[in-house]
Design a protein around this ligand. Structure first.
Ligand SMILES: [Cu+2]
Length: 112
């Protein structure tokens, strides 16, 4: 009896862990070159997919200054109402953050 109860508890725990992980990791990339810095403190869409040679334009639609820094590259400050475009020439997956709000604002560009 005791061993059956232990197995049941373990499987419930596994289901909970799996559900928690799926939420952020499985967001499908959106095929677009336009990302909004939306209200409040968000990149929208957060995960995008483009073709090699295309540029991505981030536009600040929030009420606060944000930045875009692709990992390993320079930081671009984007004031309210302004935008910045960054070209991606090589295929790969590029992670980026707003360095002012890196806890809340990050995203990924997949270049095909
Ligand atoms: Cu920000």
């Amino acid at each position: 009896m005791t061993s059956i109860r232990v197995v049941l508890v373990a499987s419930v725990a596994l289901v909970l862990v799996a559900a928690g992980c799926g939420e952020s990791a499985n967001s499908e990339p959106v095929a677009t070159t336009e990302v909004a810095m939306a209200k409040s403190y968000r990149f929208d869409p957060r995960t995008i997919e483009i073709e090699a040679g295309q540029s991505v334009t981030w536009t600040n639609e929030d009420n606060f200054t944000h930045t875009v820094q692709v990992d390993g590259q320079k930081d671009h400050k984007v004031e309210r109402g302004e935008s910045v475009s960054i070209a991606f020439d090589k295929a790969g997956t590029y992670h980026y953050v707003c360095t002012l709000h890196s806890q809340d604002m990050d995203g990924e560009v997949t270049v095909r």
